[in-house]
Design a binder for this molecule. Structure first.
Ligand code: MN
Length: 484
């Protein structure tokens, strides 16, 4: 099985079964309520989960207490595994996505019956007993689907969008859905609501990882009206197949393991922690428990469809799975934009786990001549301008391995002087989930969610470059010595 043949979750799992150490199956019974996420923390959740944690295998819990459906977590919780599943290397991942952006391929409707509709449950139903959505911590607002790929269409233009949104199970046929500001499906929902209408949606779960990664592209790379499934088609070199929903006017991923169909009701809102009153929703990607939202849109579930013997795929967040989903498309977007504006300067980009994939980017640049001095900072400003959620940019030279955190800290130690190498840009709106962005933390912050964006320029000034050559060793072929 080659990575290029993967078209659905089952193909991805079959592929990983052939790679030692990447997929752990367990039959030991697990409770989806708190226990499953607690276990995966030790197996493979990764930074920024509270230690002890580590980068590890994906995990398929085959025996989930109270359910006949297994739960998969952590499929993308390792950059190395994400690269394998897309047929590339960790260093080349953003370039692989760039290539997909250049070769978009629109989704098509499947001919004949769709695998995701082998079994159909129509309302009345109870999502809570049908699907084992995990509750990640004792303070969570309830069970969450964290890898629900929501698909909907603009009620005016018919343009489609896919995005992963957190979905809390609030009742037998009720989910709440959280939209961060500016999300495209929320714009569709507002239009439908203004017309007094419900917005039909599908929620596909258990997918080809290429679909999940492509869905995480954001503007300006995929502006409203751009169906991110065209990028997924580009990644796989073939169209993603869609199925017409059985109960609403919407389309879902035809080979998904599970699809929830429903509609976002106009004028209805629910408090996210209405079941628990804890004030929290669930552990969010920066590593802290997120606050429950006071009034979220409500999805009324109209049907649940699935394959025979389905697998429920989810994300026991935070951790590296979120980092890769958010970070790799951001890396590709930064590469694309800066290459456009300043060809040849930017060599690679990495959004490390410390930033949850959104807050921190390391830009590797090559200053080719004296006129390139200062352009590295221009590149950092351009990245801030395009990605409002980016808070820190670290700049390094081309001889630094940006995928090794020790290398980044080495550059910050030997090629950085705090007073001249740091650029502060205070008073800029950032992302609401970083708890340090509050007036109590800093006198320069006027309101929550505003931040001091910072450039850490760890590049050698071009005029001094000769003095900063790394010690060179004899070039050898180490092959014969590596076979012990
Ligand atoms: Mn979009």
């Amino acid at each position: 099985m080659q990575a290029s043949e993967i078209r659905d979750l089952r193909g991805a799992l079959e592929f990983l079964d052939g790679v030692p150490g990447q997929l752990q199956r367990t039959r030991h019974p697990v409770d989806p309520n708190h226990e499953l996420a607690g276990v995966y923390r030790h197996i493979g959740a990764g930074v920024p989960v509270l230690p002890p944690t580590r980068t590890g295998p994906a995990m398929l819990f085959e025996s989930v207490k109270g359910y006949g459906i297994p739960v998969l977590v952590g499929l993308l919780a390792s950059r190395e595994r994400a690269a394998m599943l897309l047929g590339t290397t960790p260093q080349r991942l953003p370039f692989k996505l760039l290539d997909a952006l250049k070769h978009p391929c629109a989704p098509v409707f499947v001919e004949g019956s769709a695998p995701c509709q082998e079994v159909v449950h129509r309302a009345p139903l109870d999502v809570r007993s049908l699907l084992p959505a995990p509750t990640n911590t004792p303070l969570d607002a309830g069970p969450f689907f964290n890898l629900g790929l929501v698909r909907a269409q603009d009620p005016e233009t018919g343009e489609a969008d896919v995005t992963i949104h957190r979905l809390c199970v609030q009742g037998p046929e009720t989910l709440s859905i959280y939209f961060a500001p500016g999300r495209h499906i929320d714009a569709f929902r507002r239009k439908a609501e203004a017309a007094g209408k419900a917005l039909p949606v599908s929620i596909s779960m258990g997918l080809d990882p290429a679909v999940y990664i492509a869905a995480c592209f954001e503007p300006p790379t995929t502006p409203q009206g751009c169906d991110e499934l065209t990028v997924a088609g580009g990644l796989r070199g073939g169209a993603v197949q869609l199925a017409r929903c059985v109960s609403v006017d919407a389309s879902a991923i035809a080979n998904a393991e599970v699809v929830i169909e429903g509609e976002i009701l106009p004028g209805e809102r629910i408090r996210e922690d209405v079941q628990t009153n804890t004030g929290y929703c669930m552990p969010e990607f920066p590593g802290y428990l997120g606050s429950a939202q006071p009034a979220l849109p409500v999805i009324r579930v109209t049907a649940v469809t699935h394959r025979r013997n389905p697998i429920l795929q989810t994300l026991a967040g935070p951790g590296e799975e979120h980092v890769n989903l958010a970070g790799i498309p951001t890396e590709a977007s930064i590469l694309q934009m800066i290459e456009h504006a300043m060809p040849g300067l930017l060599q690679n980009v990495y959004c490390p786990p410390a930033g949850g994939g959104k807050y921190l980017a390391v830009l590797q640049v090559r200053k080719a001549g004296p006129r390139d001095e200062g352009r590295q900072r221009q590149a950092a400003i351009a990245a801030f301008a395009a990605f409002p959620e980016l808070k820190h940019v670290i700049l390094t030279d081309e001889d630094v391995d940006i995928f090794n955190p020790h290398e980044i800290l080495w550059a910050m130690t030997t090629r950085y002087q705090g007073d001249v190498s740091t650029v502060f840009i205070p008073g800029v709106r950032c992302h609401p989930l970083d708890p340090s962005q509050s007036p109590e933390f800093s006198p320069s912050i006027q309101a929550p969610g505003i931040s001091c964006k910072t450039i850490f320029d760890c590049t050698v000034p071009y005029a001094l470059k000769e003095k900063f050559g790394r010690a060179k060793f004899a070039e050898v072929d180490p092959g014969p010595w590596m076979k012990s």
